[in-house]
Design a protein around this ligand. Structure first.
Ligand code: FPP
Length: 249
């Protein structure tokens, strides 16, 4: 969480909004292959980790949790793997919505919907409606998500609102409003990537402007609420200056 509320283009953050944690859930395939199993098995176990982390998050002070479930570049994976991931997502929406609602979780899906099957789009809409009143945790699941695509769309919209006057000083503020208009989007406080790689993979490029980064070798199927708790302990020790200097006192 941060006390800064006036960074250019950034969304104002309220002090009680909780920490925004975003997670790149990487390592499912390698985890399964290391055990002599197909990659799909890793994704199934990865869905269990999602449940564990979502249950733990509200009591750890997390107000917003954004999970990268399917990137726009993931369409290029083998059809069987894409199909399984889509089935897991649909199942999650259909089976978990009631429990999420009972636990005060509001679910939103971010990303494109125009390339998803109608069944999945319906399941998403139903889950979002079921969980609409959740006020303990904003859970955002990124599906067919590309940060570059989201940014391009936002620039187009902001520019049209500003009459295409790209040099207008308020364009950056308008862009910030557009970027954060779609539900409870906020700047990311802590970005976690599991699976040992150290890259952003087109995830929340705008929202991560001042995010603290934590890269862990733990594969996503092994990641649990306890790992989230220790990541937050690490985050609590970070000195966040947002381009400023350390102020005395
Ligand atoms: C990256 O691991 C993971 C994905 C592309 C899919 C993530 C999906 C889930 C965790 C399950 C479904 C999600 C929900 C919300 C129910 P990878 O396959 O790239 O792993 P690798 O780097 O070892 O190949």
């Amino acid at each position: 969480m941060t006390e800064h509320s006036s960074r250019p283009g950034g969304a104002a953050e309220t002090p009680d909004a909780g920490v925004h944690v975003a997670i790149i859930m990487d390592g499912n395939g390698r985890w399964a292959q290391a055990r002599g199993r197909r990659r799909e098995w890793g994704h199934r176990r990865g869905a269990e980790s999602v449940r564990s982390v979502v249950r733990a998050a509200p009591d750890l002070g997390v107000g917003t949790l954004t999970l990268y479930a399917f990137s726009s570049d993931n369409w290029s994976r083998p059809a069987a793997e894409v199909g399984l991931l889509m089935r897991l997502l649909e199942r999650y929406m259909r089976r978990e919505a009631a429990e999420l609602r009972d636990n005060g979780v509001r679910l939103r899906v971010v990303g494109r919907r125009d390339r998803l099957d109608a069944r999945i789009v319906d399941a998403i809409a139903e889950a979002e409606a079921t969980t609409e009143s959740g006020d303990r945790l904003d859970l955002r699941i990124a599906v067919d998500y590309s940060s570059r695509h989201a940014l391009l769309q936002a620039v187009r919209e902001a520019a049209s609102r500003e009459g295409l006057a790209a040099d207008r000083p308020d364009l950056a503020a308008e862009l910030g409003r557009v970027m954060h208009a779609d539900g409870p989007s906020r700047d990311v406080d802590l970005l976690i990537r599991t699976g040992g790689e150290k890259r952003l993979s087109d995830f929340l490029l705008w929202e991560c402007a001042y995010a603290e980064m934590l890269f862990t070798p733990v594969m996503w199927p092994d990641f649990s609420g306890e790992h989230l708790a220790s990541a937050l302990q690490d985050f609590a020790t970070r000195d966040r200056r947002f381009g400023n200097v350390q102020l005395a006192g």
